[in-house]
Design a protein around this ligand. Structure first.
Ligand code: SF4
Length: 287
């Protein structure tokens, strides 16, 4: 790992990434793409050393509170977070200054910070977003090797439900010829129903590949799924979007089950929910 100092931490859309690089090893990771210009080994994590200080400055300067997002480019609960607690320090600031939080992870390490998540959710809104791609646990270990399994993530969703913290699942990406089956989809949706998730983000059943993540992905599927790479090359060539041949059928099943259970599934609706800041004080004053 290595350290860098930054001038700003919040993007214009109020998203932030506290680390650059990731140790979770997902074979499909888009953050490895060269377009993001990570100029060090992906596993050699860059730590934005002054992130808490500049976050505090930026939060202080905001005219009104809003939702702050984290986890889009790098998981906030990678292994070194246990020791460094950058994420914890930053969400403590979000709580102290009365902002909302939309945090995305694949790691059950998030449970360490349940006290802060509850505190934020009591005064504004905290949404925990968990990615689920692979219902089968042994397959999950191959696809997402260094992070909590799908069953462990489901338990995180249950804990959040039990504490009244709303959740959103990212059902993405789904890997053609690997986990693009109805059985996989129904297994994940069943977890979502049990956990009473508010919404599921699904942009179609497939994945994206581009320079940087394609090379890594192909090397990993050659290790774990011999013969599949040829199918990708034949079906997708150098395409960025690689949709499953089962895309239409899976999409129909997905929509039907979400509608049946009142789960938000249109991406615009889910994003509107994630970005919508709520003040509990305002809500109470309405009554
Ligand atoms: S958790 Fe996210 S950033 Fe980390 S390897 Fe997996 S996909 Fe990439």
């Amino acid at each position: 790992m290595h350290y860098s100092d930054y001038k700003t931490i919040l993007s214009p859309q109020n998203g932030m990434n506290l680390y650059r690089g990731c140790s979770h090893g997902c074979i499909y990771c888009d953050s490895r793409s060269f377009c993001y210009q990570i100029n060090h080994d992906f596993e050699d994590i860059e730590i934005k050393r002054n992130a808490p200080m500049i976050l505090e400055n930026q939060l202080r300067r905001k005219r009104k509170p809003c939702m702050v997002g984290t986890g889009a480019m790098c998981d906030p609960y990678i292994h070194i977070e246990e020791e460094l607690q950058m994420t914890r320090q930053c969400i403590a600031l979000i709580e102290r200054y009365g902002f909302g939080l939309a945090i995305q992870t694949k790691s059950s390490r998030i449970l360490r910070d349940l006290d802060l998540l509850k505190a934020i959710n009591e005064q504004t809104k905290c949404v925990v977003q968990i990615t689920l791609t692979t219902f089968d646990e042994s397959l999950c270990r191959k696809v997402e090797p260094n992070v909590s399994t799908t069953l462990e993530r489901f338990h995180v969703l249950e804990v959040m439900r039990n504490h009244g913290i709303p959740t959103v699942v990212w059902l993405s990406p789904i890997l053609p010829f690997v986990n693009d089956t109805e059985e996989n989809l129904r297994g994940i949706l069943d977890y979502c129903i049990q956990a009473k998730v508010r919404g599921i983000l699904c942009f179609g059943f497939g994945m994206t590949l581009r320079e940087g993540n394609r090379e890594y992905f192909y090397a990993q599927i050659d290790r774990f799924f011999p013969g599949i790479k040829q199918k990708y090359i034949q079906a997708f060539g150098n395409s960025y979007v690689c949709n499953s041949p089962n895309h239409h059928h899976l999409m129909a099943v997905f929509k039907e089950i979400c509608e049946q259970h009142g789960i938000l599934w249109k991406p615009d609706d889910v994003f509107a929910y994630l970005h919508g800041f709520e003040s509990k004080d305002q809500q109470l004053s309405l009554f």
